[in-house]
Ligand binder design. Structure first.
Ligand code: AMP
Length: 398
């Protein structure tokens, strides 16, 4: 069975066609610059151990045109990997915000779509684009079951004590203002891999997803108990361009005392803060180069980045009353030896002791990088959100 995984953004569609017998992609790609003068489709195929890539540049006025071309490419004589679109049994959609309505993966019905629409105010940048992806896929792949996999669903097991804010109750009961958390698909995937690796279903694991966006989760016996992102993705860790936790008074100070508009403050905290705000660079590889050259700005930013993560490890060890493993994942977590090393520095109280030689090894496999006999395992587990979406979709249609 083949599952097409679709992640639709406002001007892009990422896709991966996964063969569920091998759990490997047959093809992957991205449609970009939708609605602009020149759109692009970068399409890759993985057949017989060989990777091939093609790029097309042409006007892509809307998502329908983009996805229709993807459907053609998937069956194309030269670039195809299947012979007919009907060989795609399900399309698994990454949907960002499921609010309190969705605690697990669902088959998308009219009712589900209406609910996703109701949640637009909670995820104004993501949910509308995600829904366009669903509606377009329904047209382009009418024989496939459309499935929704929510980024928030894994975190719905958090206890009320963790997800509520100490603000007037009505703001929660009438407006749904609470912690939801994101990157749930990744936290679920790597925490399950960790449990499997540790051979302990009851393991208390802190998952640390460090990509351009970054978040952590406390996963106790496979169940999410807390996470760093909140009602939106701005909270918690220091990220590429997002501030993570700040004193909310900063917002009022900027608006009331310094005359900034709400939109300007939002832009500052979402797009101009985090590593970008601290160093002027967003890509960790650039900041890493500067760190290695002894650049003081980069060193401070890295130390702040790691310090925030260390604090959450402490919080989550407290939340779970224990800690068996921490798991690094995503672009930075899987590749950045400096970030991992700084996070594990002076953490012996939590049983965390890194083996620097193991940390320095580059690999795409699950690996343990703590010293022999350390109380808490330090694991690097590559995330695979597309495979997780495909697996969850497969479970609903098989
Ligand atoms: P993601 O959102 O998971 O794709 O991760 C993106 C982030 O991973 C970017 O900040 C990249 O700079 C970072 N990244 C990717 N490869 C490396 C690497 N080899 N070393 C350090 N950071 C990396």
């Amino acid at each position: 069975m083949n599952i097409l995984v679709v992640n639709a953004g406002s001007s892009s569609i990422k896709y991966q066609l996964i063969d569920m017998t091998t759990e490997k992609p047959l093809s992957s790609g991205i449609v970009e610059r939708i609605g602009l003068e020149e759109g692009t489709i970068t399409h890759k195929t993985f057949l017989n151990g060989e990777e091939k890539k093609t790029k097309e540049v042409f006007p892509i006025p809307d998502h329908t045109v983009g996805l229709k071309r993807v459907a053609e490419l998937l069956v194309d004589e030269e670039w195809g990997v299947i012979s007919d679109p009907s060989e795609i049994q399900a399309v698994g959609h990454r949907l960002v915000h499921g609010g309190e309505a969705f605690t697990k993966t669902v088959v998308i019905t009219e009712e589900v779509k209406a609910k996703v629409k109701e949640l637009f105010p909670l995820a104004p940048l993501h949910n509308p684009a995600n829904l366009i992806g669903v509606e377009v896929a329904e047209k382009v792949f009418p024989n496939a079951t459309q499935i929704g996999v929510f980024d928030t669903a894994f975190h719905q097991t958090m206890p009320e004590v963790a997800y509520r804010y100490a603000i007037p109750n009505e703001l929660y009961t009438e407006m749904g203002i609470r912690k939801y958390g994101f990157h749930g698909t990744s936290h679920k995937y790597v925490s399950e891999k960790a449990v499997e690796y540790l051979g302990n279903e009851k393991a208390k694991v802190v998952t640390i997803h460090l990509g351009n966006g970054a978040s952590m989760a406390a996963v106790d016996g496979g169940v999410c108990k807390d996470t760093t992102m909140g009602i939106g993705p701005l909270n918690g860790l220091i990220m590429g361009t997002r501030s993570g936790d700040v004193d909310p008074s900063i917002i009022f100070y900027l608006i009331e005392q310094k005359g900034y508009s709400v939109a300007e403050v939002s832009k500052i905290l979402n797009k101009e803060s985090g590593m970008q705000g601290l160093t002027g660079d967003t890509d960790m590889r650039d900041i890493e180069d500067r760190y290695m050259k002894g650049d003081k700005t980069a060193i401070l930013a890295y130390e702040m980045y790691a310090y925030r993560i260390q604090q959450f490890i402490g919080k989550y060890a407290a939340a779970m009353n224990g800690l068996d493993a921490i798991v690094f994942t995503a672009g930075i977590g899987e590749n950045d030896t400096i970030a991992r090393s700084l996070v594990c520095k002076n953490m012996t109280y939590f049983g965390i002791e890194m083996d620097e030689a193991k940390n320095a090894v580059r690999s795409k496999d699950i690996r343990e990088i703590n010293v022999e006999g350390a109380k808490t395992k330090v694991l690097v587990i590559p995330t695979n959100e597309e495979l997780e979406i495909a697996q969850q979709s497969y479970n609903l249609v098989k």
